[in-house]
Design a protein around this ligand. Sequence first.
Ligand code: PRT
Length: 105
Amino acid sequence: MDMLDRLEQVIRDRRQGDPATSYVAKLTARGRAKIAQKVGEEATETVIAAIRDDRAELTGEAADLIFHLLVLLADAGVTLDEVRAELARREGVSGIDEKAARPRA
Ligand SMILES: N=c1c2ncn([C@@H]3O[C@H](COP(=O)(O)OP(=O)(O)OP(=O)(O)O)[C@@H](O)[C@H]3O)c2ncn1[C@@H]1O[C@H](COP(=O)(O)O)[C@@H](O)[C@H]1O
């Protein structure tokens, strides 16, 4: 089990926790739109750090982005293994295009 798998498990465990003591529980209680908004904010901060060429800031913002994306995926019931399977599928797609990259329903 790698770091991301462990974090995914912690997020699953904390979702129904006490919002007073758990950030995951607090953000989850605010609803899907708020979680998605946070992902958008963290993505923007990641982009800004990359454009500024600030390596340390980019690393921190990337961690924030991945964490919030995992919270969003958990809320939507999408697992990291499903995302891995999609990426693995694309490994076999030559000259990937938008249609080929889109997950199959
Ligand atoms: N990786 C993280 C992680 N990264 C960032 N954050 C929190 O994300 C929040 C982001 O701060 P912001 O100012 O953007 O958000 P905010 O203060 O809620 O303000 P709003 O914009 O939402 O109104 C901070 O409170 C950070 O502490 C995280 N909180 C938790 N984790 C992991 O999740 C696990 C479970 O956390 P709890 O649910 O708190 O137990 C922890 O053990 C960590 O491994």
